[in-house]
Ligand binder design. Structure first.
Ligand code: O2Y
Ligand code: MN
Length: 615
């Protein structure tokens, strides 16, 4: 077979009707390009998984944790230079730069392919190339999609087996014409040099010059140089958000950075909520909330990504396309998220957490008192006076959703769940009230387009700096963000009366003295209680310049220490500081020029008029 590189365009991946023959051709082309020692098609079986885990333990790239304390669990330590998603090395390679928009890094697709072909040339020499067919969403489901990742990382294989429905069942879905998304990944560290010298492997292979490229028109993903998280588990952010958002726009559905929960009130009435939050706003905690209100129950459907599609009944239905959680470990403990702690009690892969002397894991926030001695995430001895964290701030657990104690029985219903409410949120010390309701769908889109969040120490950038993160999708939308807003407005027209109601929340408002005004965590159920009552017309709301607000008497304060003055502060709308906010929002919208839907500009104008009338 001619090498893919000599074919000019590289491994062939037609956009539609790819089918099984094209898959076999693509795999052969990739193998010809990357020259692995061996090609292994993964079936996703328990035996295969155990074999790979044992091989990695043997090779020193995984540490088996104590079988009594953390059964079936492992610790991986990454290269210290490969610890998070690399946004500045993530590209949308659309044919026209304006289609990627001002907030995505753009590469010309022809140039990008040329460079990638050179980098993938021989990249897997000396390694095994694994072929991972996977389904996003229940296998065969109407909202589900098929992808195939090729990778030279066994860590990626065992992680993808947790995060997706990976293996023989997914492969069997690929018939003659079935569409599938090709996702090509290499850690970029061949074991045979250009001169034929074989070199020893390392525990976490990666390379300096990482690049994560998405081709929205041909629905392809090419990722080179990183073995970590969103850079390497290509089903997650690369497929389920960046590529899927493009597919969704063209096909009339939504691929969103949203958690999914089912909330049941004491009378047994259930509602399904899809909620978009910027990072570090406690999305996983919300998805696994233990309500403080007696009789209320929150069940988990998803903690990160939702695919939403109008159903035959005209209602918006949603699935969690993933099968596992890739959650941040630091900050997760019995007091903040007991459900997560129970979920990761066994059969979990931990990455970059600390190791205890008895073979268990630890991270900052797991307990109030750290153990006296640990091995830190880099493998160095650590004591509490070390002056550095024991776990990396972006340390992760990878665990199957099915073993979450609060998982909902409908979490893998192929038809998804009907969405009653959409919630948008950010981390805001000022301005944004605890909860408000949008006046209509368009106003809800305005809520989503104007999500802002304060930077925390967990991410790069100045702490406290306010950033616009529209729909919490800034690093994840595979096309121009302003077109995403237009798509949402169109979806509202399609859904009409069946559209979910839209709310905005903020758990993080502070007093002038810097104290959180709202207790958060399980008490957030009080907000869900108001949303539930609104959906059923059981409470009135008050008009305000920033949306419909609860009457203070409708906020359930039974059993929580919250005085009238604090409650008033939580809902206060200060016209002057909101006018400053509106100016900032206008600058944000202006970045997208005339691609901003006129309705959003009108809503911003209206906001300003209403505020001026109050100032
Ligand atoms: O650092 C990474 O690669 C992980 S980023 C991530 C992981 C799980 C859920 N969400 C995110 C995110 O950045 O939104
Ligand atoms: Mn996320």
């Amino acid at each position: 077979m001619a090498s893919a590189a000599s074919a000019g365009t590289g491994p062939r991946a037609p956009r539609t009707g790819r089918g099984r023959a094209a898959l076999d051709r693509w795999v052969a082309d990739v193998a010809a390009l990357t020259r692995p020692d061996e090609v292994v098609w993964c079936d996703g079986s328990e035996e295969e998984n155990e074999r790979l885990l044992a091989q990695m333990v043997e090779a020193g790239s995984l540490i088996a944790l104590d079988d009594d304390l953390r059964p079936g669990s492992f610790l991986a330590r990454s290269d210290p230079a490969d610890v998070a998603r690399v946004e500045d090395r993530t590209f949308i390679c659309s044919e026209r730069e304006e289609d990627a928009g001002p907030t995505n890094n753009w590469h010309d697709p022809v140039d990008a392919k040329r460079r990638l072909l050179a980098r993938f040339d021989g990249a897997m020499a000396g390694r095994t190339m694994y072929v991972l067919p996977f389904s996003m969403g229940p296998v065969g489901g109407a909202i589900s999609q098929i992808g195939v990742q090729v990778t030279d990382s066994p860590y990626v294989v065992v992680s993808m087996r947790i995060m997706t429905r990976m293996g023989a069942d997914a492969l069997a879905q690929i018939g003659e014409d079935t569409f599938w998304v090709p996702a090509l990944h290499s850690v970029g560290q061949p074991l045979i040099d250009a001169d034929g010298t074989r070199r020893a492997d390392v525990a976490w292979p990666a390379c300096e010059n990482k690049t994560i490229d998405h081709f929205p028109e041909t629905r392809e993903i090419w990722s080179f140089g990183s073995g970590y998280g969103g850079n390497a588990l290509l089903a997650k952010k690369c497929f389920a958000l960046r590529i899927a958002s493009v597919m969704a726009r063209e096909e009339g559905w939504l691929a969103e950075h949203m958690l999914l929960v089912r909330v049941t009130n004491p009378q047994g009435r259930a509602m399904h909520i899809a909620a978009a939050f910027s990072s570090a706003c406690g999305k996983t905690n919300f998805a696994m909330m233990m309500p403080s209100l007696p009789g209320w129950r929150v069940e988990t459907i998803g903690d990160d990504i939702a695919w939403l599609r109008p159903g035959a009944d005209g209602r918006l239905r949603a699935i969690n396309p993933e099968a596992g959680f890739f959650g941040v470990a630091p900050g997760t403990g019995r007091s903040t998220n007991p459900v997560a702690m129970d979920t990761i009690a066994r059969d979990t892969i931990f990455t970059n957490v600390a190791l205890t002397e008895d073979g268990d894991v630890w991270w900052e926030g797991m307990t109030t008192e750290p153990p006296a001695r640990l091995t830190d995430w880099r493998g160095e001895p650590w004591t509490p006076d070390a002056g550095r964290p024991a776990a990396h701030p972006n340390a992760r657990f990878t665990v199957g959703a099915a073993q979450c104690p609060s998982i909902s029985e409908d979490w893998d219903d192929p038809d998804g769940v009907p969405i009653d409410a959409i919630v948008f949120g950010g981390r805001r010390a000022t301005n944004v009230p605890l909860v408000s309701e949008a006046e209509d769908w368009g106003h809800g889109v305005f809520f989503g387009a104007t999500i802002s969040s304060e930077q925390t120490a967990a991410a790069e950038g100045p702490v406290g700096e306010l950033r616009l993160d529209p729909f919490a999708m800034l690093p994840f939308c595979g096309y121009n963000m302003a077109d995403h807003w237009a798509h949402w407005l169109r979806m509202g027209e399609t859904l009409g009366e069946g559209a979910p109601r839209v709310f905005r929340v903020n758990w993080f408002r502070k007093s002038p003295e810097g104290k959180f005004l709202w207790p958060g965590f399980g008490e957030n159920a009080r907000v869900l209680e108001w949303i539930d009552a609104r959906l059923h017309g059981e409470v009135e709301a008050e008009a305000s310049p920033v949306g419909l607000l609860p009457r203070l008497e409708d906020v359930d304060r039974e059993g929580v220490d919250l005085d009238d003055e604090t409650l008033a502060q939580i809902f206060a709308v200060d016209p002057d500081s909101w006018l400053a906010e509106a100016e900032r929002l206008r600058e944000g919208l202006d970045r997208y020029g005339d691609r901003v839907p006129p309705r959003l500009v009108e809503l911003l104008d209206e906001l300003e008029e209403r505020l001026r009338a109050r100032a």
